[in-house]
Ligand binder design. Sequence first.
Ligand SMILES: [Ca+2]
Length: 547
Amino acid sequence: MKRGAFARPLRIAVSVAVLCLFGMTACQRPIDLQARCGAISSEQFPGVSVNATALVTDREDLPGFCQIQGTIDPNIGFEARFPLADWNGKYYQSGCGGYCGMVLPDKPGFSNTINEALKRNFATITTDAGHEAFIGDPSWADGNPEAVEVYGHRAIPLTHRAGTDLASAFYNKAPSREYFGGCSNGGRMAAMAAQRYPDLFDGILGGAGVLNLSQSGGIYGSWVVQSNTDENGVRILTRANFADKIGLLEQEVLRQCDAMDGAADGLVAAPRRCTVDFDALPDCDGEDTAYCLTAKEKGVLRAWYQGPRNSDGEQLQPGMPPGGERFAGFWFLDPDDGVAVGNQLGGGFAKYLGFEGGTPDDYTALDFDFDTDPQRLTRNAAVLDALDPNLQDFRDAGGKYLMWHGWADSLVLPDQSLAYYESVADEMGGYEAIQSFYRLFMIPGHGHCWEIPAAVPDRFDPITVLDHWVETGESPDSIQAKPRGDDAVRMPELLLCPHPAAARVVEDPAAPHAIQCEKPTVQSADLLGAHGMTVDKATDASNSASE
Ligand SMILES: [Ca+2]
C-alpha cells in the first residue's frame, strides 16, 4: 500500500500532464481499455516479461477482462486479469496452494483464486510462486535455494510490484487499495505478508494457513503416511476399501463428540475435548462391509486421531480433529491409480525441503524417525515457517488481517492458527489489543479451504468482509456462513465468531433461538482450554473483555 502509493503515481502524473499539454481531449477522454490491453505487451515493466495479452469478453461467468500472462523475475509465472469496465480501483493478489507450481486463474471459489475478486471488479493477479510443478510435488526444491526462498516469501513482494505496476499502467491510476488473499499454503503466504512485508497490503485474507510448514509437513505429514502403511509397505485405508465407511465413522464421531461443546446441535465445535472411542464402532466379524471396521482399520484411525508421538510417548503434534472424517477421506485415501494429494504433500516435505543435507534418493516418509528427525527439520524453517508473532509494523501501517481455520481440517491442523493467534496476542498485549487489526474465525465443521462440501454451512465471502473492514474501519464482529446451494447440511446457517468469542443462543424471550457472538465466560474459557490454549490465558481474556 504505502510504498507503491508514493513511487508510481508520480510517473503516472507526469505522463498525464504531458498528454494534457498537447490537448485537453487526452485529459478528458476515458481510457480505451480494450486498446490498452494489447499495448501492455509493448511496454516495459521492471522485472516483468509479458508473453501474451488477450481481451476476454465471452465468459458468461465473468465480466470482460484483459488477460495478461507472463513471467516475473526470477521465474514467477503469472496471469493478471483486469476488468475492462467498472474497475473498483483496487488490487487483489492471490496466493497458491500446496507447493504451488501452477498458475490457476480459473480455480473456482475463494481459495487461492482470483475470479471471485474479478467478479467484484478488482484488478487481479495469481502466480505459480516461482517454479513449475504439480502442487503436491516439492522435488523442484532440491538444489534450488533461490526457488525455495521465492516460494517461501519473496514471491509476495515481487508479484506485488509487478501486479501493481501493470494495473497502474493499464488504468493510468494506482490502485486505491491492495489486498492479498490465500488459503492453505496461501494462508501461510498471507501470514508472511503481514510479518515480512507489513506495508504492502491494506488487507490480508489468510485461511487454513500451514504456518508451521516444517513441522506440519515433516512430522504430521510423515505420521499420517506411516500410520496408514503396513509392514509390507502397502497402504491400509484406501479409497477402494474405506471410502464407503467414512459415513459410518462420521456419524459415530458426531454421536460421541457433538455435545462435548455444551450443545448437541450437530456441530463439533470443541473437537479437542473429544477422544474418540473406536471400540464403539462395530467390528467386522467375517464379512467386511461398509457397516463395520476391521482391527487394522481401527488401528490406523487410533494413530491418526492420537497424532504423532515419539517412542517416549511425547506428543509432537495434535492428531486429526474429530469431525473431519470426510475431509480425511478426501485428502488421505489413495485412489487405485495414484497417491492422494495429502500423502504427496506430507510424503515429500522432509526429503526435499526439511532435512539439512538432504536425504538418500530412496528416502520416503516411511523412513521418518519420530525420535531423532523432528529436530532435523531445520533446513528451510527460516524462509518457510510464518511464525513471527510481532505484527506491530503491519498494525501501524493500518493493515487488517482476516484469518480463518476449519475445526474439521485434517490436512492443515487448525491448532496452528490458534497457536499463532495466541502468540500474537501474547506478544502484542492480549486479545483485546489485537482485535482492531487481526481477527481469527474458527469454523466448526469446516474442512480445508472449501475444497469439498462440509456437513454444516461454511460458505462466506471473505473478500467483501475484508473490504468492508478496510474501507470502514469496522471490525467484523461476526460472519454469517451459509451452505452452497447443493450442499447437504445439518442446519440452515452458522454464525462465525472472532476468537475467543463463541456463538451462543441468546436467553431473550423477545428473540427466541437468536444466536450471537459472546466473549468468553469462565465456563467457555474452560472450553477454550480444550481448544489448545491454557485456561489461564482464556480467563484473562474474559477479564479484560469485561473491563
Ligand atoms: Ca455441538
